[in-house]
Design a protein around this ligand. Structure first.
Ligand code: PLP
Length: 257
C-alpha cells in the first residue's frame, strides 16, 4: 500500500524541475504510515502554504505551520531549555532560516526568559539561509528557490519581519551559505561529532564556520532535523562500497589487514 502511494509520487515528479515530493519522501513516510492522506500539488512549499492559508479558515481547520502562534509558543521553549542547561543565554545562537518561525520563536524565548530573570544576557541571533533560497538576504522573494536543504527551500518566508527583527534587535544577522558549505558541515557533523542531521540543520554549523565568532564565545547551533528525514540526500552524500568476493581473504584484503 505504502509502496504504491510512493510510486504515485514518483509518477508525478517530472512535472517541475523543483518538484520536491520525492526529495521529501522521508518526511512523509511517517505521516503516511499513520494513515494520513497526503495531497501532492504541482508547486513549491510557498505555493502549498498559500493554498492551506486560504483554505484553513474556510473549513475551520487548524494550520500547524509556523504561522500558527501556538507553534511559536512551543518552539520558544527551546530557548528556555538552552538557558536551563547552560545556566545563562549563549553569546551567539546559530539557526537555519526557512519560513523563519524558528529564529523568531527562539528570540522570543530568550527575551521572555531574560525578562523573567532566568538569564542575564541575550544572544546574537545568527540565521542562515541557503544561497539558492535566500529571500531575506536578498531583500525580495525568490520565485524558484533551489537548494539541497529541502527544509529551508522557501522563497517567501511567512515570518519574514519577525526574523529580521530578531536579527537586528539582537545585533545578529541573516546571511547565506552555499549548498557546498552546507554539505561540508553535514559531513563534518556526521564524521567528527557523530551527529547525523538533515542538510537544512547543518546550515547553522556551515554559517558558524563561515562567519566565525570571537574566541571564548559560547555558541549554540540548533540542529533542527534528523538525517533520516532526507534519506535520498544521505545516500547521495556517501560512496556506496562495491561488493567483493565471499571469502575471508577478500574481506581482509579490502580492509587492508
Ligand atoms: C529540519 C528543519 N530545519 C530548519 C527549518 C527551518 O525553520 P523555519 O522554517 O521555522 O525557519 C525547518 C522548518 O520546518 C526544518 O524542518
Amino acid at each position: 500500500m505504502l509502496k504504491s502511494i510512493l510510486d504515485g509520487y514518483r509518477f508525478c515528479r517530472p512535472v517541475r524541475d523543483n518538484w520536491t515530493i520525492v526529495d521529501t519522501a522521508g518526511k512523509l513516510v511517517q505521516a503516511l504510515a499513520h494513515g494520513a492522506r497526503v495531497v501532492p500539488i504541482e508547486g513549491s512549499f510557498d505555493d502549498a502554504l498559500g493554498i492551506v492559508r486560504e483554505g484553513a479558515p474556510r473549513f475551520r481547520l487548524t494550520l500547524v505551520n509556523s504561522v500558527n502562534p501556538h507553534r511559536i509558543e512551543g518552539q520558544k521553549t527551546g530557548a528556555f531549555e538552552i538557558v536551563d542547561v547552560l545556566g545563562d543565554a549563549p553569546d551567539v545562537h546559530c539557526i537555519p532560516v526557512g519560513n523563519a518561525g524558528n529564529i523568531s520563536a527562539y528570540w522570543k524565548g530568550y527575551l521572555e526568559y531574560k525578562e523573567a530573570g532566568r538569564s542575564t544576557k541575550l544572544p546574537r541571533m545568527m540565521g542562515f539561509q541557503a544561497a539558492g533560497a535566500a529571500p531575506i538576504v536578498l531583500g525580495h522573494p525568490v520565485e524558484n528557490p533551489e537548494t539541497i536543504a529541502t527544509a529551508i527551500r522557501i522563497g517567501n518566508p511567512a515570518s519574514w519581519y519577525s526574523a529580521t527583527a530578531a536579527a537586528s534587535e539582537s545585533g545578529g544577522s541573516i546571511t547565506a551559505v552555499t549548498d557546498d558549505e552546507i554539505m561540508d558541515a553535514y559531513t563534518f557533523l556526521a564524521r567528527q561529532e557523530s551527529i547525523f542531521c538533515e542538510a537544512a540543520s547543518s546550515a547553522s554549523v556551515a554559517g558558524l564556520i563561515k562567519q566565525g565568532v570571537p574566541e571564548g564565545s559560547t555558541v549554540v547551533c540548533v540542529l533542527t532535523g534528523h538525517g533520516l528525514k532526507d534519506p535520498d540526500l544521505a545516500i547521495k552524500a556517501i560512496s556506496v562500497p562495491s561488493v567483493i568476493d565471499l571469502d575471508l581473504g577478500s574481506v581482509l584484503a579490502e580492509i587492508s589487514l
